[in-house]
Design a protein around this ligand. Structure first.
Ligand code: ADP
Ligand code: MG
Length: 805
C-alpha cells in the first residue's frame, strides 16, 4: 500500500502581453518548497475594501512557468503516475482551471505541432514502450473515453456519437454493486495493442466530441472528459492478474457564475458555472476535513466516477492551469485555493490483484491429472494398453513445443505414465538419428568447418535470424509508410480538388460498441492488426468527410474553397502538410540508408565467411592446426560489421520514431479538416439566412449587417484562434470560439460609407453584381444564389478596402 497526498502542480500559460509581469512570482526556498505569489495590482487591491490583502501565496509540489514545454510537463508530472500504473496502481491526473487556461493543451495537446502533444499521447507512447520492453509479463490494454456534460455521461468512442446530437446519444449510467464499486453502463472499452491504435482512439474520441458539439451545448468548455487506460498484467502461467486504471481528466472550465469584478465578488465563494465542479469542491472540502464521515460522492456523476481518485485507492495528481493576467486574477486565486485544499487529501493506493478463476481452473485440472498419475505409479498400477492415436499425436505436439521453447528451464510434462515416457525417448532417438543423417549429407568441408568453429557458426545463424527479423520489420514499416503516404495524398488531393474522386471506403464502422447492458466489452474490442485499425479509423473520418463533400453542390464547393482560403486554421493545415511532406522525404532517406546498411552487413558477412573458408582451406592443404591467435583481417571485418549493425539499429529507431510523428500529424490534420468542414456548414447556414433577410427588397446597407463587428474584424487577419484567445484573455475563450466560427470570406474589414461605388448591370460577373440583383428562387435560395451572394459581398469589401487604402 502506498499512502500519498494528492500531488498538486501549477502551470502558468504563456501570455503574449507584458501585462503579466509583476502580477506573480515563483519562489523556491531552501527546503525545495515551491510557492507561487500572486500580487494584486494596485488598482484592484485598493478597491472597495480597505483591508484587502495585496498578495496571496500558494504552495505547490512544483510550478511550471510560461516557458515550460510539454516534454517537461510529461517528465515531471505524468511519467511518475504512468510508472505507478505500470506497477499495478491506479492513477489519475486531472487538469483544473478556468476556460482558456490551458487544460486541454496540457492534457491532450495543441492542434498545431507534433511537439505540442500533451500528456495523453506522451503517456500512451511511454506505456507502450515499457510494455514492449517487459517480456516477463503479459499485458492487455484497453481504452475508454467518457464525456460528462450536464450530469450525463456519453461514450466518446461510440460510433453513434459522431452522427448524433449529444442529447440523442445513449447515456452512460452509473451502477453501484453491493461492495460499493462503481460500474459504468454503456461505456465501451476498446483494446489497443499498439501506441498507434490507442492514439487513433484518442483522436476518434476528440473528433466525435467536436462534431457533436453545438453552440448551444458548448461542450468543450462545459463538459468533463475522462480518457482512461485500463491496464491488466499477469506473469505467464500465473493465475493472478493485476488491474490498474489511469484516468487522464480534462475538467470543465472552473469559472464562476458571477464575475462582477475584483471589488465586488473577489475571493468570495461565488458559484461555479458548472454544477459538478461545485460538487467536486464539496467532496474535496469534506475529504480535507479530518472528522467528516460522509463524503458526498453521489451528488454528481463526475465525483462518482472519480471516487477512487479522490480519497481512495489511487495515486492522484492535479494540475492547476493558470492564465495569470490581470483580468483573471480572481479566477487564478480561486484555482490556487482549490489546489491547496486538494493537497490535504490523503489517498491509499493498493495493488489491485485478483485471481482469474478460469486460469485457476486450468491449473487445478492439471494438478489433479498429475496427482492421479503419481498415485498410479506409487500403487504400482501400471497401464499396459497401447497409447491411442490421439494420445500419440498429443504427445508429439508436446514434444515439438518443448523443443521449440527457448527457455532452458522449460519442462516436458507427460505425467507419471511409463508408456508416455517410453514414447518420448523413442521419439527423441528418432529425431537424433534423423538429424545425424541430414548432417552426413552436408559437404565435408562445411562439416569440418562447423566442427572447428561451432561457436562462430552459431553466431552467423543468430545474425542471419536477426537480419531476417529486421528485414521483415522494415518491410512492414515501409509498407505502412507507403500506405499512409497514399492515404494522405488521397486525403490532400481530395481536399484540394473540387470534386472528390475517391469514393468513401465501405467500411465505416470503426469500432463496435459494447452491448447495452455490459460495462466492459472486451469481446467487442477490435484486436486487429495495427494496419487494419489505422485504416478503419482513417476510413471512418474520411468517409464522414467524403460523405459531407458528396452532398455538396458545385456552388457550395466553391464557397468551401473561399471559406477554407481565409480560415485561420488553413495556415496550420498548410504548415502541417509541408511538415508531413518533409517527414515523408526524411523517412524515405532513412529507408534508403537502412537498405544500404543492410546490404553492407550482407557483404561483410560474406567477406567473413569467405575469409573463414580460406583459412580452413589453408589449414587442410598445409596440414596445419588452425592458429589460436585471432585473424586480424577477420577482426577488422567484424569491427566493421558491428559498426554497420549499430548504424542500422539507430537508423531503424529513427524511422520508427518518425512513423509515430507522421501518424500523429496525419491525425491532427484529419481533425482540423473535420473542424473546418463543420465550421463551414455553420457559416454557410448563416449566409443562407443572411441572404434570406437581404431579399431583393432590402438595400445594401442591410446586406452588410452580418459583416464582422469591431472585435470580429481581428479574426480576418490570418491569426490562429490561439493567438486571439491569448490576446483576449483566458476567460473569453468561448467568445473567441464563437467568433472563430464566424470567419468571413473576405480578408478585409468593412469600410464604412462607401456603398455607392457598387457597379450594377445584369452582364457584370457574379461578384460584380449588386446583391439586390441576385435572384431568389421562390422562398428558398439555391446554392448558387448563396454563392453569388457571398461573392458579391466579398467583392464589395475588396473594393472598399482598395478605396480606403
Ligand atoms: P482550456 O482547455 O483550459 O479551456 P486550452 O487548452 O484550450 O484551454 O487553451 C487555450 C488556448 O491557449 C489554446 O489555443 C492553447 O493552444 C493555448 N495554450 C494553452 N496553454 C498553452 C501553453 N502552455 N503553451 C502554448 N499555448 C497554450
Ligand atoms: Mg479545454
Amino acid at each position: 500500500m502506498v499512502k500519498q497526498t494528492i500531488q498538486i502542480f501549477a502551470r502558468v500559460k504563456p501570455s503574449v502581453r507584458k501585462q503579466q509581469q509583476g502580477i506573480y512570482s515563483i519562489d523556491e526556498d531552501e527546503k525545495l518548497t515551491h510557492s507561487l505569489e500572486i500580487v494584486l495590482p494596485r488598482d484592484l487591491a485598493d478597491g472597495f475594501v480597505n483591508n484587502k490583502r495585496e498578495s496571496y501565496k500558494f504552495k505547490f509540489q512544483r510550478i511550471f512557468d510560461q516557458e515550460a514545454k510539454q516534454e517537461i510537463i510529461f517528465e515531471n508530472i505524468a511519467k511518475p503516475v504512468a510508472e505507478s500504473t505500470l506497477a499495478g496502481y491506479n492513477g489519475t491526473i486531472f487538469a483544473y482551471g478556468q476556460t482558456g487556461s490551458g487544460k486541454t493543451f496540457t492534457i491532450t495537446g495543441g492542434a498545431e505541432r507534433y511537439s505540442d502533444r500533451g500528456i495523453i499521447p506522451r503517456t500512451l507512447s511511454y506505456i507502450f514502450e515499457q510494455l514492449q520492453k517487459d517480456s516477463s509479463n503479459i499485458y492487455t490494454t484497453h481504452i475508454s473515453y467518457l464525456e460528462i456534460y450536464n450530469e450525463c455521461g456519453y461514450d466518446l468512442l461510440d460510433p453513434r456519437h459522431e452522427a448524433s446530437k449529444l442529447e440523442d446519444l445513449p447515456k452512460v449510467t452509473i451502477l453501484e454493486d453491493p461492495d460499493q464499486n462503481i460500474h459504468l453502463k454503456n461505456l465501451s472499452l476498446h483494446q489497443a495493442t499498439t501506441e498507434e491504435e490507442a492514439l487513433n482512439l484518442l483522436f476518434l474520441g476528440d473528433t466525435n466530441r467536436m462534431i457533436a458539439e453545438t453552440p448551444m451545448n458548448q461542450a468543450s468548455t462545459r463538459s468533463h472528459c475522462i480518457f482512461t487506460v485500463h491496464l491488466s498484467s499477469k506473469e505467464p502461467g500465473s493465475a493472478t492478474v493485476r488491474h490498474a486504471k489511469l484516468h487522464l481528466v480534462d475538467l470543465a472550465g472552473s469559472e464562476r457564475v458571477s464575475k462582477t469584478g475584483v471589488g465586488g465578488l473577489l475571493l468570495t465563494e461565488a458559484k461555479y458555472i458548472n454544477l459538478s465542479l461545485h460538487y467536486l469542491e464539496q467532496v474535496i472540502i469534506a475529504l480535507s476535513e479530518k472528522h467528516r464521515t460522509h463524503i458526498p460522492y453521489r451528488n454528481s456523476m463526475m465525483t462518482s466516477v472519480l471516487r477512487d481518485s479522490l480519497g481512495g485507492n489511487c495515486m492522484t495528481t492535479m494540475i492547476a492551469t493558470l492564465s495569470l493576467e490581470k483580468r483573471n486574477i480572481d479566477e487564478s486565486i480561486s484555482t490556487c485555493r482549490f489546489a491547496q485544499r486538494v493537497a490535504l487529501i490523503k489517498n491509499e493506493a493498493i495493488l489491485n490483484e485478483e485471481i482469474d478463476p478460469r486460469l485457476m481452473i486450468v491449473r487445478l485440472q492439471k494438478e489433479i491429472a498429475d496427482l492421479k498419475a503419481e498415485l498410479a505409479m506409487a500403487t504400482g498400477e501400471q497401464r499396459t494398453e497401447a497409447l491411442t492415436e490421439a494420445e500419440l499425436l498429443q504427445l508429439e505436439k508436446l514434444i515439438a513445443s518443448y523443443l521449440e521453447d527457448q527457455d532452458p528451464e522449460s519442462r516436458l510434462e507427460v505425467g507419471a505414465d511409463m508408456r508416455k515416457i517410453h514414447h518420448c525417448f523413442h521419439h527423441f532417438k528418432k529425431l537424433l538419428n534423423d538429424k545425424k543423417a541430414l548432417e552426413n549429407t552436408v559437404s565435408s568441408e562445411v562439416t569440418q568447418q562447423a566442427c572447428q568453429e561451432p561457436l562462430k557458426d552459431e553466431e552467423y545463424t543468430k545474425l542471419l535470424g536477426l537480419l531476417k527479423q529486421r528485414d521483415n520489420e522494415i518491410n512492414i514499416l515501409v509498407n505502412m509508410l507507403k500506405k499512409e503516404k497514399k492515404k494522405t495524398q488521397d486525403a490532400l488531393q481530395y481536399s484540394s480538388t473540387e470534386k472528390s474522386e475517391a469514393g468513401p471506403p465501405q467500411n465505416s464502422t470503426c469500432i463496435a460498441g459494447s452491448p447495452a447492458d455490459q460495462r466492459t466489452s472486451f469481446s467487442s474490442a477490435p484486436s486487429q492488426t495495427q494496419d487494419l485499425s489505422t485504416y478503419k479509423h482513417r476510413s471512418t473520418l474520411l468517409h464522414k468527410k467524403a460523405g459531407m463533400r458528396e452532398e455538396m453542390s458545385l456552388g457550395r464547393q466553391e464557397a468551401f474553397e473561399i471559406f477554407k482560403r481565409d480560415h485561420a486554421d488553413s495556415v496550420t493545415l498548410e504548415d502541417n502538410k509541408q511538415t508531413l511532406k518533409q517527414r515523408f522525404s526524411e523517412a524515405k532517406a532513412l529507408g534508403e540508408s537502412i537498405n544500404e546498411a543492410r546490404s553492407k552487413i550482407g557483404q561483410l558477412k560474406d567477406a567473413i565467411n569467405q575469409r573463414h573458408l580460406q583459412q580452413v582451406a589453408l589449414g587442410i592443404s598445409e596440414n596445419m592446426v588452425p592458429p589460436s591467435m585471432p585473424d586480424p583481417q577477420e577482426e577488422r571485418l567484424r569491427a566493421q560489421l558491428e559498426e554497420e549493425k549499430g548504424r542500422y539499429k539507430t537508423t531503424f529507431m529513427r524511422l520508427k520514431a518518425l512513423k509515430v510523428e507522421i501518424e500523429h500529424l496525419q491525425l491532427l490534420m484529419d481533425k482540423a479538416k473535420v473542424k473546418l468542414q463543420k465550421e463551414f456548414e455553420a457559416w454557410w447556414a448563416e449566409e443562407a439566412t443572411c441572404l434570406q433577410v437581404n431579399s431583393p427588397t432590402s438595400n445594401l446597407q442591410d446586406a452588410e449587417k452580418p459583416f464582422p463587428r469591431q472585435d470580429e474584424t481581428k479574426l480576418l487577419s490570418k491569426k490562429s484562434s490561439r493567438d486571439l484567445e491569448v490576446e483576449n484573455g483566458a476567460g473569453r475563450l468561448d467568445v473567441c470560439d464563437r467568433n472563430a466560427r464566424r470567419i468571413l470570406p473576405s480578408p478585409c474589414p468593412p469600410c464604412p460609407n462607401q456603398h455607392s461605388q457598387e457597379p450594377s448591370g445584369s452582364r457584370a460577373p457574379v461578384q460584380d453584381r449588386p446583391i439586390s440583383s441576385i435572384p431568389l428562387t421562390g422562398d428558398r435560395q439555391t446554392d448558387s444564389d448563396i454563392l453569388a451572394f457571398i461573392k458579391a459581398r466579398q467583392s464589395i469589401l475588396q473594393k472598399k478596402c482598395l478605396g480606403s487604402n
